[in-house]
Design a protein. Structure first.
Ligand SMILES: *[C@@H]1O[C@H](CO)[C@@H](O)[C@H](O)[C@H]1NC(C)=O
Length: 408
């Protein structure tokens, strides 16, 4: 019954915007005229950017439709969820607007905002429906006491709101929930339904919010949000800064999306139990390299999992920790990890990549200006730097039709 009504309202919208009448849950054809209007009407719109001639797009099409039917059965409420598609061949401006560089690209729009992460999971009905189901869950979990807060130990950071009135009724909570929706992939959001902690009350706070770093960054203190929830922008900026760290761990799961950010990698390879070099590296990045963050991604990698790139650099597990740049063309080794604490060294290493010096020196030996005691014979035999290994973790031609054939 409910389902029938949804179909009815979907077809009403369809006839309003595309002048077509359709009687089942067909994936909605989006174009530059209707795009904003449609995405602003739904809590979640899942969009398939495709091209008819692309083989992977053709394979996806029926799967996408079936996933949509399944999702609509579960979430029949009006304005909750819509699956749409953009034919990139005749909607070039939309494709350009959303930086589509491969087909098919699946993007989620929540509250009319494009999600930072595109869908990269399996293209099966089950995987897609699981993903969308997960996104439609409430992004804020209630916890009942302050003690529970202390027990939160997760891989992601957490943002915890203490509200002294039933939160659902306040504008503050609406802001909190909105930011939680935006950042749910990067942080977990909680609200405490019970008593706040004594120490926070003594600090004179009524409603307050805490960022609790993930257990991946042990020893870091909780941080209290200094602003108010009157402003979405203010809270969103603060939360983004806390939840998306300057230094991130690369794993096989996130490698593809990290490569697609298009910036070279500065990677610390470390033994899994070695937290100290991770801390040192993280501190140096925050202290000295913040200004480079638009030029390079700061990453850490478990050297046991990523033994292959080490091997490529002519190194083994015994050589950990070590630092290298992967420019997606070549890899360059930071000569001596122990120099990490020498102010300016790591920054110079990055600047040498951007100036082309690293590459030049590999081919032609040390630059003449550098002609001093530092010039040992280290480089003399090497005629070409090792090729990039992380390039291979970028989106694959076995899954996508890539539009830009060049290297990243
Ligand atoms: C760098 O400095 C940190 C903290 O000052 C220290 O813990 C670490 O051992 C130093 N690392 C090296 C390689 O010198």
């Amino acid at each position: 019954m409910v389902k029938f009504e949804t179909y009815l309202s979907t077809s009403l919208i369809l006839s309003l915007f595309s002048f077509k009448s359709i009687c089942s849950a067909e994936v909605f054809q989006l174009n530059s005229q209707n795009f904003d209007q449609i995405t602003s009407q739904y809590e979640l719109v899942f969009v398939n950017f495709y091209a008819d001639w692309c083989r992977f797009s053709q394979i996806l099409s029926p799967v996408f439709e079936e996933a949509y039917s399944t999702i609509l059965k579960e979430f029949p409420e009006p304005n909750r969820v819509l699956f749409g598609k953009v034919d990139c061949e005749n909607q070039g401006s939309l494709a350009a607007k959303f930086h589509i560089s491969k087909y098919p690209t699946l993007k989620v729009f929540i509250n009319n905002k494009v999600g930072k992460r595109e869908y990269r999971g399996q293209r099966s009905v089950e995987a897609i429906t699981n993903h969308i189901r997960d996104l439609l869950k409430d992004p804020v979990k209630p916890i009942s006491t302050h003690e529970d807060h202390n027990n939160i130990e997760e891989k992601k950071g957490a943002i915890i709101g203490y509200f002294n009135v039933p939160p659902a009724t306040t504008n503050e909570y609406v802001t909190f929930r909105k930011v939680a929706t935006d950042l749910k992939g990067d942080c977990n959001f909680y609200w405490v339904t019970g008593e706040p902690s004594i120490s926070h009350l003594q600090a004179g706070k009524q409603n307050f919010i805490i960022f609790k770093p993930s257990r991946v960054r042990p020893g870091e203190q909780d941080i209290i949000y200094p602003g108010t929830l009157q402003s979405y922008d203010e809270f969103s900026t603060w939360s983004t800064d806390k939840c998306i760290p300057l230094v991130r761990e690369i794993t096989f799961e996130n490698a593809e999306e990290l490569t697609e950010e298009g910036l070279p990698f500065l990677i610390l390879f470390h033994a899994p139990e070695d937290r100290q070099s991770v801390d040192t590296y993280t501190n140096i990045v925050h202290r000295e390299l913040y200004s480079e963050s638009s030029n390079i991604n700061f990453l850490t990698a478990d050297g046991h999992k990523f033994a292959h790139p080490l091997h490529h650099l002519g190194k083994t597990l015994k050589d950990l920790p070590l630092i290298a740049i992967d420019s997606f063309r070549h890899m360059y080794l930071f000569p001596n990890f122990n120099d990490i604490n020498i102010s300016g060294k790591l920054k110079q290493f990055i600047q040498d990549l951007h100036s082309g010096k690293l590459h030049r020196e590999f081919h032609f030996g040390p630059d003449p200006a550098n002609d001093d005691k530092d010039n040992s014979n280290d480089n003399q035999i090497i005629t070409s730097p090792p090729e990039s290994t992380f390039k291979k973790l970028a989106p694959s031609r076995n899954r996508y039709t890539l539009l830009v054939k060049d290297e990243l």
